[in-house]
Design a protein. Sequence first.
Length: 235
Amino acid sequence: MTNNLLMKTVYFLQAPDVSATNPKLYKHFIRVLCNANSSEGFRPERDVSLPELNIPYDQLGPPLTGQPPENRSILAFFAGGNHGHVRKYLFETWLGKDNDLKVFTYLPKTLNYTELLGRSKYCLCPSGYEVASPRIVESISAGCVPVIVSDHYVLPFSDVLDWSKFSVHVPVEKIPDIKKILEGIGKDDYLKMQKMVMKVQRHFIVHRPSRPYDLIDMVLHSVWLRRLNVKLSGF
């Protein structure tokens, strides 16, 4: 049997759980996963990290919004459900405790989520039940530098995108130091990251049909790279 017949690609949201039920069946699959958790069997040399995003009704993705850097008066922002140990720790540490770090559970009706994203310099993207979060794409779409609060998350398209140029990674154990870390980033460095966020927006947009360098094109490129580089004997 040829490699072309043996090598398959499979798209799953819960693929680590699904593929664990029958390891022989999925032995030769390139998996494309939202839950790209290296501690749960995600293998960056073979698998592909799929950006997680919320698709609004009758749209293809979050709109491109946000203020220019000089109009972003909020240091950092997060709003979301209290699920998973990372968010629990975040809420215990920062919920309602600092005016510069605006951390909410679900927003009151008087506040607008998209507007707050667009007015923030940094947007906190903590893991929930899974390592990935749609807030990463929402942050990028809003021109907000994502702060990835997660351990073991293999970032999408990291074969070709240098995430250190347009995001900040905060290990879970450093959650109490988030404000200190962000305030320690100089203005020039922040502006460089924010500019890069604007440049990479096109890679996190869904078009129909797909366009060069958009999200679908990037995913297929990631699959193609692995199809070229992964040998069956390495599985």
